[in-house]
Each structure stands twice: as C-alpha cells, then as structure tokens.
Design a protein. Structure first.
Length: 543
C-alpha cells in the first residue's frame, strides 16, 4: 500500500488477464463456484501468521485459502493456470491442495472478509506488542512505519484497514475514533445508531490517528486545530469516498470518518420511497421552467441524495444543468459541478453568481446558508431558471419562516417558491425477524391516522434475538418519510402577510396536506417501519 492511503482491490492490483472462469474450470475438470462460502482459513504451520496470504500475496495472485483441515487445504483462485501460486501454498501448508475456481470479485470479497475477521486479532496483537509502560515508544516507532513504509503488513496500517473494511461490510455510515483518558474507542454508526466496535490502549492512540490523517492528506503535526480531509478508496470493487473530520479534545484528537458508497447510491427518483401522490407532485414540479424547489431536514436526512435523484431525472442533452456544492458527493455525467472553497472566497453566493453567467436552465445550490445566497437564488428563479436547493428546518412550512427571517422580502418568497419537500430517515424493519401485531387506536392517533378509516390493523415491531441479518437490532437499512408542501395561491397570500409556520401548515392540512408523521404512519401500516421510529423522527404540531 502506498502512503497516499489508496487501498486497491485485488482486481485492480493484478495485471493478469483471466479467461472466462466457468469454461476454464470445466476444461480443467475443476469446480466453479459463483459464490464462495464464508472463508474459514486454516492456520499456516510454516509461516504462522495468515495475514500476508490474505493480503499482498493473495491480491497479487488472486488466490486465497478458504477452508480445510489436517488432511488438505481448500484454495479458491481466479487464475487456475497459475500453477506456481498453488505450489507455493502446497509447500507452505505441507498438505495437499484442493482448488476451486471463482470470479476475481469473489476472491476480493473473501480476502476482505478474512482481513475484517482478523480485526480482533489485530487489537490483541497491538495490546500484547509491548508493556503498557513503553506504549508511547512503540507508538512512535509505528508512526515511522506508517509514514515511511510501503509494507502492507505494518500493524497500525493493518488495523486501520481492518476498521474501514469492517465498516464498509457492515454498511456503517460513520466511523468514530474517540480518545478518552485511558482508552481509545472505535464506534460505527449503522442505520443512524452508534455501536461500540473496539477499545484500544492509550499508547496506540497517536499511531492510529496519525495513520488516518496521513490517508486523508492532513497535517499530522497540527493537533490544536480542527481539520477536514478526504480519502478515496476501492473496497471489494466498490468506490468509497470517505470524508474525514478531526477536532482537538481534552484527551487528544477525535476523528469522524463518513463513508459514502458511490456505487450504491440511490439516484433514481422512483426508488426514494416517496409516496405516490407526493412523487407525482414532485415530478410535475421538475418540469417547470422556473421557480425554487427546496428540500429540508436535519444533517444526514438524505437531502443531497434527493436533489441528485431529481437532477438525474431531468438530466437531458437539451438542458444545461450546473451545480455548486460543498462537497461534491456524487459525480453526475452531463452535469457541470463546482465545489465551494471558502479559503479562496469561493462561496455558494459567488459560485451561484458565476453559474448564472453560464446560461443555465437548471441550477442546484448545495445549501442556502445566508441571505446573500437566498436572494441570488430567488433572483435566478425569477429570471427563468429552475433552482433546487436545501435548507435546514424542522419541517416544510418552517422553510418559509426561515427565508423571511433571513431578510428576504415576502413578495420575493411568494412569487418564486414552488414547493418544499421535508424529509427524515427512519430505520426499516428487518424482514427476517419482524413480529406482527395489532396496532392500537392510540398508536393510530399518534400517527395522525383516523382509526375509523383503517381497514387493516396489522403492523409490525422489531423482533428480538440474534438475527444474523440485522445483528439482533430488529432493523436493517433506512427509508425516507416525506411531506410535500405545494405553494398555492392561499399560501402565497399568507406568506405576504408574514404568518407563522404553524398557521401555514394548519392551512395546508385542511386542504389535504399530509405531514411527515402521517406519511410515516402509512409506512408503518405497510410493514416497512415501526411506530417508535416514526414518532422519534417526526413531531405533531397540528392544532
């Protein structure tokens, strides 16, 4: 591995060209497996440590032991013609080798799975590498290995790689590395909930944090100021972008890594989970030639993903679509994207001004943060541009009050704003262990649903026990709940009168507007999520 932090998958690491696996296996009289079982590699009696075979060597030859016993070793390979690699393993293990053939991607997955499973061993190795009293000296020595060595087997490099592999395999959105008085704690955020993953001795804190900072291109000597960086990785054939943030705390630097799987992003507007009536309204709005569409919600609620899906939906050769973002999370083909850089005074406002000189049809502004940006976006919408952006508010009606509080004139808001889509993310019930039950009248009323109008009382709650599909949590994945506030003539009149957000929302509800909680209630009855999740993600302020 290079010191730049680029982790290449085995497919990218090999220069071999592989024939069609199935036909080659058939010709050689070997078994071909479309999918490898979970690897349980045998211990190597000669070399002792299995890491290198499941590391640099395995990546080079796309070959990895996946099982066996005292009589033989089962080896999976994507290149069965490489007899030399198989012979090396036969000598190494001093046992007969049984070869199965599979695809390069399956070899990649097996290697990553093995290295992830060894994470706990790395933790133990770190703790036993020296006495606690000389931990700082050991950490300092490791820092030299990290910065100067290309050796993929350096302990701290292996440990950090294992953390990232494990986070990716468990669908973690964030990795937290948190220093405390006597320990260094590692936690993952999965489906919006933090879980403890590992706890290391204090002596290894400096080396682990230095490794992450080097991968992110940060200044390892600067420990007093917050820093931000990015890591671009390829894990098991998937491109993963990691945004790294460090902040100084009482016991050392705290790191949060946000993982963004570029290949797994949902950029299809039909797959966002928007209820049909709201989706039809949103699609109709996207055909408008001008006006502003806002997406609101807290950080991490999927606003940017929704905007990208909207842009992908309208992306056609006859439209000039430009964006200004911070940061650019997904690269969209056929769309001009710019990233703000406050260090050189390239802000959302200055970027938006520049975009308007590029003859755009559609403009996307990553976030409206200040009055200047808001006013330029509104002027752009009034001069024949469709503008999409985000705003941090609790609900859709709150977006109107927020714009007015920024100092934007009411007549500009009422004449330019088309709609506001508010959203939250809730955890999906695990389909393998969810438990059916009859929902009560009280729960229905909490979800703003009329018990008299409900024909089926069947709902689900999270199951209990050690379900392997959801790690015993009862939930797997997340979905959005939404509310779409369309700005009609009555709401425009209320905006001109500067009425509060609750009045706007109540007025819209009387004309059929469905709130976040009501949308969540329908998804509870559809068996997608639980009552508790919806109540936590939304609030009822309808009077």
């Amino acid at each position: 591995m290079s010191t730049s932090g680029e982790i290449q998958s085995p497919i990218g690491a090999s220069s071999h060209s592989f024939p069609q696996g199935k036909s080659l296996a058939s010709t050689l009289g070997m078994v071909y497996l479309d999918q490898l079982p979970e690897p349980v590699p045998p211990r190597n009696p000669v070399r002792g440590d299995f890491d290198r075979i499941a590391g640099s060597w395995g990546r080079q030859f796309l070959t990895v032991p996946i099982g066996g016993d005292d009589t033989h070793v089962v080896v999976a390979t994507a290149d069965p013609l490489n007899v030399e690699a198989i012979d090396q393993l036969r000598v190494c293990y001093e046992r007969p080798i049984k070869v199965v053939v599979t695809s390069p991607s399956e070899i990649t997955k097996a290697i990553n799975s093995i290295r992830t499973s060894l994470m706990s061993d790395k933790s133990s190795n770190l703790s036993n590498s020296g006495k606690k009293d000389d931990g700082d000296d050991f950490a300092n020595q490791l820092k030299i290995d990290v910065t100067d060595s290309d050796d993929d087997d350096a302990p701290i490099i292996r440990y950090v790689n294992a953390i990232i592999f494990k986070a990716s395999s468990e669908r973690a959105s964030d990795v937290h590395i948190e220093p405390y008085e006597d320990r260094l704690k590692v936690r993952f955020r999965v489906d919006g909930v933090l879980y403890d993953v590992a706890s290391e001795e204090k002596g290894f804190q400096a080396a682990i944090i230095s490794r992450v900072k080097i991968m992110a291109g940060l200044n390892i000597a600067e420990k007093r100021l917050p820093q931000d960086g990015r890591i671009g990785l390829k894990i098991a054939g998937k491109e993963v972008d990691i945004r790294v943030s460090t902040v100084p705390t009482q016991f050392g630097e705290r790191i949060v890594m946000r993982l963004l799987d570029k290949t797994g992003a949902v950029l299809d507007i039909q797959q966002l989970g928007v209820e049909k009536r709201n989706l039809d309204g949103l699609v109709k709005l996207l055909s408008k030639p001008n006006g502003i569409i806002l997406v609101t919600g807290p950080t991490g609620s999927g606003k940017t993903t929704t905007l990208y899906a909207c842009l992908s939906y309208i992306n056609k050769p006859d439209l000039n679509i430009l964006t200004v973002e911070d940061p650019i999370e997904y690269q969209l083909d056929g769309i001009g994207q710019m990233q703000v850089n406050p260090k050189i005074d390239f802000t959302f406002a200055s970027g938006l001004r520049a975009i308007l000189r590029q003859d755009p049809d559609v403009v996307m502004v990553g976030e409206i943060r200040d009055t200047e940006t808001a006013e330029i976006a509104i002027q752009a919408s009034l001069t024949g541009h469709l503008v999409l952006s985000t705003l941090h508010t609790n609900d859709s009606a709150g977006a109107v009050s927020r714009l007015l509080d920024m100092g934007v004139e009411p007549f500009l808001v009422s004449s330019s704003l088309l709609a506001v889509l508010a959203q939250r993310l809730v955890r999906k019930l695990c389909s393998h262990c969810r438990v059916p039950y009859e929902i009560s009248d009280e729960e229905l009323r909490e979800l703003i649903l009329d018990p008299a109008e409900i024909t089926s009382r069947l709902a689900y709650r999270p199951g209990s026990g050690a379900c392997p599909h959801c790690q015993g949590s009862g939930y797997s994945g997340r979905l959005g709940i939404h509310e779409l506030l369309l700005i009609d003539d009555e709401l425009r009149s209320q905006i001109l009168q500067r009425v509060d957000s609750n009045t706007i929302k109540n007025s819209a509800v009387r004309r059929g507007f469905a709130t976040l909680r009501a949308d969540g209630g329908r998804k509870v009855l559809a068996g997608l999520t639980s009552v508790e999740e919806v109540l936590l993600a939304s609030h009822d302020d309808i009077s």
